[in-house]
Design a protein. Structure first.
Length: 400
């Protein structure tokens, strides 16, 4: 199904008879993680007939209201609220608030994306993995939604803890699946590969941005810049983006800079803006501050995009928009495979000629856009299969 977003969403009345599903590893600030939150929350409401829940500290009350999610009460208040609910008047009052107790959870869905792997060795993986283990110990089924995993040379301990707590682990690609199966040798979780689950989420074109409809967004990723081996590599990334802007401008495609994430991506765009101004007298307009759905809506009108952000690439390809794929990990190689667009991969630190050649391949190539659109339909069908698998697995747990 292609999902239509309504804004805001009513998560429903709070009653103790209803079931709730907790979403972890998703958030409101990173727009890729926000798209995952929205996609999962919509399925939870419509397919699982449940109410999506996030942890209490995740997002403001306003953001939760707009997304249509309730909040899990803070751990420090569990005991107080449980005792208070023994009194009938307080129990009736409690039902009026969009807060959920651990005892009301049907399941936990983990959408951590690329969290479990050596690239994020400095993240607090022990803490997040431990929480999944604790939910499983309470008898709450845990499912790790499609994400990239591995390698695990530095993060094997917490990654194994998280996966052992799960009933099903869904790697997004073949390499991630290999990493997962290797670390789970002799362990019990099911492992089934499925693509990214935000593909079916429909974007919303942002109000007031008609001037950017049909133009080509340049979407950088600060991680490419920061993980470059040395200053020369960082310089190549900036030079690459600069040359791409100049080439697109010369083709009349009106490029503009689009920040998919935060301030650091904006900093990259500002550097490129200065360069094209001084080198070619081009005024590169910059756009930022849009939500994940608005970004997807804007991207969907482009003839092509140039992107180092994974979910911007998914947002494009899932709508049949070709993307010059600037990858820095294996997940980029496999998203190109998912959408039958292997020839669109580029090394963001290579000479600009590589990316420019891909741009020329894309322009006017109806066979390519048709192939991507057909692949997008297959990806969306596989996504439905993944949700159906979780639903089938949950049924026996509901009857316990």
């Amino acid at each position: 199904m292609d999902w239509h977003w309504q804004h805001p969403i009513d998560p429903g009345d709070h009653t103790l008879a209803k079931k709730y599903i907790l979403l972890v590893g998703v958030e409101f600030n990173n727009q890729g993680a926000y798209l995952m939150l929205l996609a999962a929350a919509k399925v939870i409401r419509e397919q699982f007939d449940a109410i999506p829940v996030v942890e209490f500290h995740n997002g403001t009350e306003e953001k939760k209201r707009i997304a249509g999610v309730s909040a899990l009460v803070p751990q420090r208040t569990y005991g107080v609220i449980t005792r208070a609910r023994r009194f009938r008047p307080l129990r009736r009052l409690w039902k009026k608030f969009p807060y959920v107790l651990p005892t009301e959870l049907l399941a936990v869905f983990d959408g951590s994306g690329f969290r479990y792997g050596d690239q994020w060795v400095n993240s607090n993986l022990d803490y997040t993995a431990g929480k999944l283990r604790d939910w499983a110990a309470r008898g709450v089924p845990v499912y790790m939604l499609p994400q990239a995993f591995g390698p695990f040379e530095k993060t094997a301990g917490p990654s194994l803890t998280a996966m052992k707590a799960s009933r099903i682990v869904f790697p997004r690609d073949a390499e991630s699946e290999t990493y997962v199966r290797d670390i789970l040798t002799g362990q019990t979780p099911k492992v089934h590969r499925h693509p990214d689950f935000t593909a079916g989420l429909e974007g919303r074109f942002p109000t007031g941005y008609e001037a950017y409809r049909g133009r080509v967004p340049i979407i950088p990723n600060y991680n490419i810049y920061s993980r470059a081996d040395d200053g020369d590599s960082q310089e190549r990334y900036l030079s690459n983006l600069t040359a791409i802007v100049e080439h697109l401008h010369g083709k009349g495609l009106q490029p503009y800079g689009l920040a998919h994430e935060g301030r650091k991506d904006v900093e990259i765009l500002e550097k490129v803006k200065q360069r094209v101004k001084s080198q070619s007298s081009i005024n590169l307009e910059l756009v930022g501050g849009l939500s994940g759905l608005e970004l997807k809506g804007l991207i969907g009108t482009a003839p092509l995009i140039v992107s180092g952000r994974y979910h911007a690439i998914v947002s494009a390809l899932s709508q049949g928009v070709p993307a010059v794929i600037h990858g820095w990990s294996h997940k980029y190689r496999y998203v190109a495979d998912d959408f039958d667009a292997r020839e669109l991969q580029c090394d963001p630190l290579a000479a600009a000629d590589e990316s420019i050649a891909v741009i020329e391949t894309i322009i006017g190539n109806t066979e390519l856009t048709g192939r991507i659109s057909a692949a997008a339909q297959r990806v969306k069908a596989e996504m439905k299969d993944m949700w159906a698998e979780i639903e089938a697995d949950l049924r026996p747990t509901q009857n316990r």
